[in-house]
Design a protein around this ligand. Structure first.
Ligand code: FAD
Length: 586
C-alpha cells in the first residue's frame, strides 16, 4: 500500500455481540457492565480512551448521599426537574436521582479516589441549583476528587475495563451506522493509522460519542466534540430531540472559552460586575451565584449590555480572593492554574475576567430509560440501537442541565445501556450485513480526499461557529434564526464542493476534520430548526421576541427529522409524574 492509494473495496470484517462507539464515561461504564456479563464487546474510539472529554470534567458528580447534611433523592429529583424548566421526563429524572447514590458508591468501590470528610466519608460540596427541602437553600450534594473528578472517573473505569478484558479499538473513527430493514447491523469505522475501512457486524450498537459544542465559536468543549453519533443517527432517519436547548456555562475564560468550573462558586466564589456589585442579588436572591446556569449566563450578558461590564468591556469578574490560598490550592488547583497560564491572573489576589461559554447539549438522540433509541412520538424502539451520555436525550436535563448532573447521567445511563444490551443480545445471533455495506461511505470519503480544487474546510467551519455564536447563542430572535437558516443552507452548499490539502491515507486528520464538519452542519441545522419553531423561552432557549415560558403551547419535546429539504419537526409530550410545572424562582 502506498500513502496515495485509493481506499480498498475489500472491507475488513469484525464480529462482536456488542459494539460501543465512544470511550468516555458513558461508553466505558456500558462496556464494563457488558464485559462483566460475559458479552463479547468492542469499544471503538476516535481518541485514545483516557483523552475523552469526560476527563476534562472538573467540578463534581452529584448524588444525595447526605454525608454533610440531610439530603434525599426526591429533593435531587425535584431540583433536576425544576432546573430543567419542567421539560424533564420525570420517570427518567427519578431513575437518575435514585440510582445516583448506588452508582457513586460503586465508583468508590471500583477505586475512585474521592476527597474525604474528616470522618472518612466521601466529601460533598455545593453546586448550582441543588437545594434542600425543595428549594429552601443550597445543599452539599456534589462528590469530587479536587477539580479533576472526570479525570479520575475515566482512569478508574478504563482500568476496570482492561481488567475485565474489554477489547478496545483506539483511533478508529466511526463513519457510518449500518441500519437496514429497521434493524441495527453494525458500524463502519475508518482506521486513522492507515485509512482502511473496517466493518463491525453487531446486533447491539451503543452511541456514546459525547457532545457537539464545536458548533459554537466560544466553547468549553474539546476539539473532537463534533456530534458524530448524533449526526450519523440523524442521517439514518433517527430524529433528534430537544436540540434547541443548548447550555452556556457562565464562567469561561474570556475569548477562548476554557472552563473555570462552577466548583469555584460552589466553594464560595462571587460574581461581580464593573461596579464591584454581586449582581446575582437582582436575578436570584436566594441562590445568588448558585442559581442554574441558564439564569446566571443571561444575567452576565444583561449586566454587560447595560454597561456594567468590567471597565465597560464584555466581561465580568469571578472573585475568589476572599477564599484564601489554602482552599484555592486544595480544592481548586487546576482551574486556578488555567487563570494563571491563559490570563496571567493570580486568583488568590486578583479577580478573574470571565464570560459565558458554550458548554453542554441537553438535546440529542432520543432514548427510553433503558437507553434504547426511540424514533417517534410514540417512543417506538429502533431494535439494536442504544445511546447514552451527552449524545443522548433520555431527557433528564429538559431545557437546562444542573451542574454535576452530567457525570451522573453518563454513568447511570451508560450502566443501564450495558445492562439492556446484555439482556437483548442473549441468545440471538449476529445480523447479516451486505457485502458492500461500506461502499456508500467509502465513496463519500474518496470524493472528499481526491477532490482537486475547492474551498478550504477550515473557513466553512469557522463561519459556521461564528454565525451560531452570534444568532443562536444565549439570546435568540426570529430574525436572527431566519437568517441563520439561510446561512447554514449556504454553508452546506459550499461544503459539498470543499477540498482538503492532505491526499494521503496515513493519519489524514485533514480528511477526518472535513468529515466532522459535515456532522457539525447537521447538528447546527437541527438546533436552529427547533429553535426557530419554538416561540417561547425556557431554560437554555431564550427568545427575546418571546421572553415568557408558555406551558399551554410548548410543554413538549421537539423531534427534528432530516429530509432532503428543510428538516421536519414533530413534538412529543413530556412525562410528568410527581411535580407539576410551576414558575421558576430561585
Ligand atoms: C471542560 C468541561 C468540564 C465539565 N465539568 C463537568 C462536571 O464537573 N460535572 C459534570 O457533571 N459534567 C461536566 N461536564 C460535562 C461532562 O463532562 C460531559 O457531558 C460528559 O463527560 C460526556 O461524557 P460522554 O461519555 O457522553 O462523552 P465524552 O467523554 O465526550 O466521550 C466521547 C467519546 O466518543 C468518542 N467518539 C466521538 N466520535 C467518534 C467517532 N466518530 N468514532 C469513534 N469514536 C468517537 C471519543 O473518542 C470519546 O471517546 C464538563 C464538560 C466540559 C467540556
Amino acid at each position: 500500500m502506498t500513502d496515495r492509494q485509493p481506499l480498498s473495496r475489500q472491507m475488513v470484517a469484525h464480529e462482536y455481540e456488542a459494539v460501543i462507539v465512544g470511550a468516555g464515561g458513558a461508553g466505558l461504564y456500558a462496556a464494563l457492565e457488558l464485559a462483566r456479563t460475559g458479552v463479547k464487546t468492542a469499544v471503538l474510539t476516535k481518541l485514545y480512551p483516557t483523552r475523552s472529554h469526560t476527563g476534562a470534567a472538573q467540578g463534581g458528580i452529584c448524588a444525595a448521599l447526605g454525608n454533610h447534611e440531610e439530603d434525599h433523592w426526591e429533593w435531587h429529583m425535584f431540583d433536576t426537574v425544576k432546573g430543567g424548566d419542567y421539560l424533564v421526563d420525570q420517570d427518567a429524572a427519578e431513575v437518575l436521582a435514585r440510582e445516583a447514590i448506588e452508582t457513586v458508591i460503586e465508583l468508590e468501590h471500583l477505586g475512585l479516589p474521592f476527597n474525604r470528610t474528616r470522618d472518612g466519608k466521601i466529601d460533598q460540596r455545593r453546586f448550582g441549583g441543588h437545594t434542600r427541602n425543595y428549594g429552601e437553600a443550597a445543599v452539599r450534594r456534589s462528590c469530587f476528587a479536587a477539580d479533576r473528578t472526570g479525570h479520575m472517573i475515566l482512569q478508574t473505569l478504563y482500568q476496570q475495563c482492561i481488567k475485565h478484558g474489554v477489547r478496545f479499538f483506539d483511533e478508529y473513527h466511526v463513519v457510518d451506522l449500518l441500519i437496514d430493514g429497521g434493524l441495527t447491523r453494525g458500524v463502519v469505522a475508518y482506521r486513522i493509522a492507515d485509512g482502511e475501512l473496517h466493518v463491525f457486524r453487531s446486533g447491539a450498537v451503543l452511541l456514546a460519542t459525547g457532545g457537539f459544542g464545536r458548533i459554537f465559536r466560544i466553547t468549553s468543549n474539546a476539539h473532537a466534540l463534533t456530534g458524530d453519533g448524533v449526526s450519523l443517527a440523524y442521517r439514518r432517519g433517527v430524529p433528534l430531540e430537544d436540540m434547541e436547548f443548548y447550555q452556556f456555562h457562565p464562567t469561561g475564560i474570556v475569548g477562548i472559552g476554557i472552563l473555570l468550573s462552577e466548583a469555584a462558586r460552589g466553594e464560595g466564589g462571587y460574581l461581580r460586575n464593573g461596579d464591584g456589585e454581586r449582581f446575582m442579588e437582582r436575578y436570584a436572591p436566594t441562590l445568588m451565584e448558585l442559581a442554574p446556569r441558564d439564569m446566571v449566563s443571561r444575567a452576565i450578558y444583561m449586566e454587560i449590555r447595560e454597561g456594567r461590564g468590567v471597565e465597560g468591556q464584555d466581561y465580568v469578574h469571578l472573585d475568589l480572593t476572599h477564599l484564601g490560598k489554602e482552599v484555592i490550592d486544595s480544592k481548586l488547583p487546576d482551574i486556578t492554574e488555567f487563570a494563571r497560564v491563559y490570563q496571567g491572573i493570580e486568583p488568590i489576589t486578583q479577580p478573574v475576567p470571565i464570560t459565558p461559554t458554550a458548554h453542554y447539549a441537553m438535546g440529542g438522540v432520543p432514548t427510553d430509560i433503558e437507553a434504547r433509541v426511540v424514533v417517534d412520538e410514540r417512543n417506538t424502539v429502533l431494535p439494536g440501537l442504544y445511546a447514552a451520555g451527552e449524545c443522548a436525550c433520555v431527557s433528564v436535563h429538559g431545557a437546562n442541565r444542573l451542574s454535576t448532573n452530567s457525570l451522573i447521567d453518563i454513568l447511570v445511563f451508560g450502566r443501564r445501556a450495558g445492562l439492556s444490551m446484555a439482556a437483548d443480545v442473549a441468545g440471538t445471533g449476529l445480523p447479516d450485513v451486505a457485502p458492500d455495506a461500506s461502499e456508500p461511505v467509502r465513496e463519500e470519503l474518496e470524493a472528499l480526499r481526491t477532490r482537486a480544487h475547492g474551498e478550504n474546510v477550515a473557513h466553512i467551519r469557522a463561519e459556521l461557529a461564528d454565525a451560531m455564536m452570534e444568532r443562536c447563542g444565549v439570546f435568540r430572535t426570529q430574525e436572527g434564526l431566519d437568517r441563520l437558516t439561510g446561512d447554514i443552507r449556504a454553508l452546506r452548499q459550499r461544503y459539498r464542493s470543499a477540498a482538503i490539502d492532505d491526499r494521503g491515507r496515513v493519519y489524514n486528520t485533514d480528511l477526518l476534520e472535513a468529515r466532522e464538519l459535515g456532522y457539525l452542519l447537521d447538528c447546527a441545522e437541527a438546533t436552529v430548526a427547533a429553535a426557530r419553531a419554538r416561540t417561547e423561552s425556557r431554560g437554555g432557549h431564550y427568545r427575546e421576541d418571546h421572553p415568557e415560558r408558555d406551558d399551554g403551547e410548548w410543554l413538549k419535546h421537539s423531534l427534528v427529522y432530516k429530509t432532503d429539504g428543510d428538516p421536519e419537526i414533530r413534538y412529543k409530550p413530556v412525562t410528568i409524574t410527581r411535580f407539576q410545572p410551576k414558575p421558576r424562582t430561585y
